[in-house]
Design a protein around this ligand. Structure first.
Ligand code: ADP
Length: 357
């Protein structure tokens, strides 16, 4: 599940260039052409997340009516659910500038300084994967968020001196797949904190229907539902599956996406009826076969699968947990009866209880 390319860690010069572009042009730097065509541009174009959208619209409206800056916001939830889309739609709604950075690329305060000093008045600074900011950068951010000022240390040793620099007021939008890793002091500095949930089948089917129209692709209603069912509640996957099914329809059929075409295309990618791909099934099978159903720690599973534990925690587990195929216990992950049924494996008579004696 490759993430879209995101502009990260530009030099001060790059940033000056970005800030010279209009807000809209700066928003065009994320994703490839089709991604950009499919990404909702305005909040009202977004499907689902009704309660989050309703609260955001109130915050935006109030900020506009009072001519006050929008408070800092934090979006959390699994990848591909619309955190970046929301963060990009907000400056469009407000008609303000936008910069985008990634927590992973901001490893020292000096990496953050150009973003803060380049931020136009009332503009939005979006930091993706904000849980990856090191503590030193996080602490540097506190006065910037609270009082729009930063303390910069110049020189070192005996000659070191700190200058206090004021910034133009800006709104920070943070996104994270790991709300639990955000420290309490950082979390508390966000006025709004919104959790994005997986989408319903109807919402995903609607996204697929709209996007097929944008891609000039004829699609049957049952095919929309089939792709939705096999997209793990995630718009990014729904879009990726739609793009693949559309290619398949063009190459192997007459270009129209019917139910049999969608089914054959998804089967060819080894996406099963629940939407799990090879990696998801391998995860379940590793617990079921290698670790006798669990409980087993995520590090051990990751090690066996030769993957970073973060990939499992961020990308694989959220949907499997929600689908009830696996559970988390204090002693690790366990495959559920539903998980065994889905894999077509027989559940052990006595699920491993960790009986050491
Ligand atoms: P995240 O930042 O949470 O990983 P993104 O905002 O990048 O996810 O969303 C991935 C893609 O899914 C977007 O490019 C967009 O096309 C689509 N998408 C996300 N949320 C919605 C939505 N509510 N309605 C329609 N499409 C959406």
């Amino acid at each position: 599940m490759a993430r879209e390319p995101i502009v990260t860690g530009p030099s001060a010069a790059d940033l000056r260039n970005v800030s010279e572009l209009s807000a809209l042009a700066a928003l065009e730097v994320v994703g490839d052409e089709v991604d950009r065509a499919l990404r909702p541009q305005r909040i009202r174009d977004m499907v689902g997340q009704g309660e989050v959208v309703a609260r955001l619209e109130i915050a935006l409206d109030a900020s506009r009516k009072r001519s006050e800056i929008l408070g800092h916001m934090l979006f959390d939830g699994p990848p591909g659910l619309g955190k970046t889309t929301l963060a990009m739609a907000i400056p469009r709604e407000m008609g303000v500038g936008f910069q985008i950075a990634s927590g992973a690329a901001l490893q020292a305060p000096k990496d953050l300084i150009p973003y803060l000093t380049n931020a136009e008045e009332n503009s939005v600074l979006f930091i993706d994967e904000i849980h990856r900011l090191p503590k030193i950068v996080e602490e540097f951010l506190y006065p910037a968020m609270e009082d729009f000022r930063i303390d910069i240390t110049l020189g070192d040793g005996m000659n070191a001196r700190t200058i206090n620099m004021s910034l133009r007021p800006f709104t920070l939008i943070g996104a994270t797949t790991r709300a639990g890793l955000i420290s309490a002091p950082l979390r508390d500095r966000f006025v709004m904190r919104e959790h994005l949930e997986f989408y319903t089948l109807e919402e995903l089917a609607e996204i697929i229907r709209r996007n097929a129209r944008k891609l000039n692709t004829e699609i049957a209603d049952e095919a929309c539902h089939e792709i939705a069912t096999r997209s793990r509640g995630t718009p990014r996957l729904a879009n990726n599956r739609l793009r693949w099914v559309r290619d398949y329809a063009t190459s192997k059929a007459d270009g129209r996406v019917t139910l049999p075409v969608a089914d054959a295309a998804l089967k060819m990618q080894a996406i099963d009826k629940l939407g799990l791909d090879g990696q998801d099934r391998k995860y379940l099978e590793t617990i079921a076969r290698t670790f006798h159903g669990g409980p087993v720690g995520v590090e051990a599973i990751a090690h066996t699968m030769n993957l970073p534990p973060d990939t499992l925690v961020d990308e694989v587990e959220p949907f499997l947990l929600r689908a009830g195929l696996v559970i988390r216990t204090p002693r690790g992950r366990k495959v559920t009866s539903a998980g065994y049924i889905h894999l077509g494996l027989e559940e052990p008579e006595e699920p491993a209880q960790g009986n050491l004696f």
